[in-house]
Ligand binder design. Sequence first.
Ligand code: PNS
Length: 159
Amino acid sequence: MTERIAVYPGSFDPLTNGHLDILARGRRLADRVIVAILDHDQKTPLFTVEERIHMIREIVGGDPSISVSSFTGLLVDFAMRSGATIIVRGLRAVSDYEYELQMALMNRRLAPAVETVFLMAKEEYSYVSSRLVKELARLGGDVTGLVPNIVRQRLADRF
Ligand code: PNS
């Protein structure tokens, strides 16, 4: 039987518990999930791509069905190069929908064989975003429960 491979793309700057929850759900749909970190993004990240790769590997390293990579260029090209037929994206509020729909339709136009699936994280993570977590950490707030402990420590070191 052919292996079903999914790509879970994003900035992951940093990875949150919401991302981890989506990753676990995505893992149920595929034999292997590749966490794919966009490199050369326009935004100035808090953590370099290498730092993010290492952090995520430390967090998910125990699961041989999950790998972590970075990519440049089009996501669908990376997906096809990796043999992936599924793109996993998390949906929180309705406000995420418009951008996600545009991206999914554009990706489908570019690569009809790759299907985007939207997954909903646990309700308790519905308001958690990397942006808010960074702001909270920068202003001295407690991010416990919002991110894995490794990320909490790295945020504390950074601020
Ligand atoms: O977590 P993010 O920042 O919302 O992730 C966005 C991401 C990385 C999934 C998206 O920006 C992306 O796929 N970028 C690569 C370029 C691409 O393929 N864009 C979509 C079609 S034009």
